[in-house]
Design a protein around this ligand. Structure first.
Ligand code: ADP
Length: 500
């Protein structure tokens, strides 16, 4: 849109209209300024309109622009002569901004091309504004996310700090403190895992470890633990499964993650006195799990949005319940990796919600289930070396291994780890990767070359990406466990160690 002013106005409008450019005529400079802030592409002004007061208004308008904006101003000047000296108002305007002077008589071609160039430039400015706003929004959403993450980490950390303080003062029953510590550290672990998993799912870096599984077993395992939370929240949990197996090829760990998230949300968003029903079914080639609750429900416009990462942080949904808004993004990504889908249904706020997970099934019940986990073997006594530089971590791992009934030796850096290994010739070594002196990979290489194949080398590290595991195996590790390792898993790994 253009705002030509002065006596050439109607003619200019007509010329521009023929060149497909719309223009409006401003009555005076005030009108022109009002049009300018309403988003025109350029201002066309006849020089004689620019008496000093009017030129001052236009200069002010130019000066007050947003940083991204450089409004093109085209001034029709009188014919001939120099600008300097003879036309002080125009001369003072020219250096202020994006001002083009067209001397009259103006050729039609010159006018059209000058205005076209001004419009093209203005478009670029608006595009820049779009980018800047998107950037500002993403910075804002990152800041909000970091604040939410801080909050989500602080609250379990505070429970952990307080219960250990209470333990010190003898002000808490140890069993109660233990339950709190386990629950809260599990919360932090889940948070960190969700964060890393969302990053990996969205960049397509998660590889499924598929096995034949019975969906009924996966559901039972996922709900183990959720039923406690439901009982604490005063919510009834009902599970309905068909009598025959619902078999599919899936990654049991990832399916567990999907179901634990859906059922966990159902508990989180259902007030006391409500009920949750988890129903497993199969229909033709699809296996289905429906998680229905009688909770707070979901507004129709949010039914899709809640599956976006950080949806909660971005849309200020149920803040009171905590969480990062990552769970459902993860659920959808993991379901898609299985060739499945997940959707939310709800009649609206206060009406409860239902999440429907559908996965490709279609294996016949007659096929053998080779997915059953072997029972943990009995624990023979071993000598285990722990190499870890963090005192607290080393001490707790040593205590845990001793609690399994094994003997231990310990070292706090790479070189003394290798030295202790050569002195004590352990059956197994549990080794951190980031160590002073040289790293855990080097420790593993040296122990392996000195003691041979009989020593079991376990990497226990915070780096859990597939490439980290690969690197560990290449350095000679037999097993890679990501911190915080599950105590039972570590126990099983050590029990399986062959004696040297
Ligand atoms: P979080 O629970 O950490 O916020 P999720 O990705 O699991 O993250 O969920 C995103 C949002 O979806 C939640 O904040 C909540 O508003 C909504 N939501 C999820 N499950 C339910 C449910 N069962 N009932 C009502 N709202 C839900």
């Amino acid at each position: 849109m253009l705002a030509p002013t002065g006596r050439d106005g109607p003619l200019t409008i007509e010329i521009l209209a023929r060149a497909d450019m719309a223009a409006v005529l401003a009555r005076d400079v005030e009108d022109l300024c009002a049009l300018a802030v309403s988003g025109v592409a350029a201002l066309l002004i006849a020089e004689e309109v620019l008496v000093p007061a009017a030129a001052g208004r236009v200069a002010e308008l130019i000066a007050r622009q947003e940083p991204w904006s450089d409004l093109p101003v085209v001034v029709f000047t009188g014919a001939g002569g120099t600008i300097q000296g003879r036309r002080p108002t125009v001369a003072s305007l020219a250096p202020l901004g994006n001002v083009t002077l067209l001397e009259r008589p103006v050729q039609i071609m010159t006018l059209v091309s000058a205005v076209r160039a001004a419009i093209r430039e203005r478009r670029r400015q608006f595009a820049t504004r779009g980018h800047l706003e998107a950037l500002a929004a993403s910075v804002q959403s990152r800041d909000r996310f970091i604040a939410t993450l801080g909050h989500e980490l602080r609250s379990p950390l505070s429970a952990i700090a307080m219960s250990s303080e209470l333990l010190d003062r003898g002000g808490i029953d140890p069993a109660r403190a233990r339950a709190i510590l386990q629950r809260q550290s599990a919360k932090i672990t889940r948070l960190v895992e969700d964060l890393l998993d969302v990053a990996r799912v969205t960049s397509g870096k998660i590889a499924l470890e598929r096995r034949r599984v019975d969906l009924r077993d996966v559901v039972a395992r996922a709900l183990d633990g959720i039923d406690d939370a439901a009982a604490r929240a005063g919510v009834r949990l009902v599970v309905e499964v068909p009598p025959s197996p619902v078999l599919l090829e899936g990654d049991p760990v990832r399916l567990d993650q999907i179901l634990a998230n859906l059922a966990g949300n159902a508990v989180k968003y259902t007030p006391a006195g409500g009920a949750i029903t988890v129903r497993v079914g199969a229909d033709g080639g699809r296996a289905q799990v429906r998680v229905r609750d009688t909770g707070i429900g979901i507004a129709p416009e949010l039914l899709e949005r809640i599956f976006e990462p950080f949806a909660q942080a971005d849309h200020a949904l149920q803040r009171a319940q905590g969480g990062l808004g990552l769970g459902l993004a993860l659920v959808r990504g993991l379901a898609a990796l299985h060739g499945g889908t997940v959707r939310a249904e709800s009649a609206g706020p206060g009406q409860g919600s239902e999440f429907v997970l559908e996965l490709p099934a279609g294996l016949s019940a007659a096929e053998p289930d080779r997915g059953a986990e072997p029972a943990p073997p009995a624990m023979p006594r071993r000598c285990v070396l722990v190499v870890e530089d963090s005192d607290d971590n080393r001490e707790t791992v040593v205590m845990l291994i001793e609690a399994f009934g094994h003997g231990t030796a310990a070292a706090a850096d790479g070189p003394s780890g290798v030295r202790t290994a050569l002195e004590t010739r352990p059956d197994a070594a549990v080794i951190d990767i980031g160590l002073p002196g040289f790293d855990g990979y080097e420790v593993a290489r040296r122990i392996r070359s000195a003691l041979g194949a009989s020593v079991l080398l376990v990497a226990l590290t915070g780096y859990g990406r597939p490439e980290d595991k690969q690197r560990a195996y290449e350095a000679g590790f037999d097993v890679h466990l990501t911190k915080p390792a599950d105590a039972a898993t570590l126990g099983r790994v050590l029990a399986a160690t062959p004696r040297a």
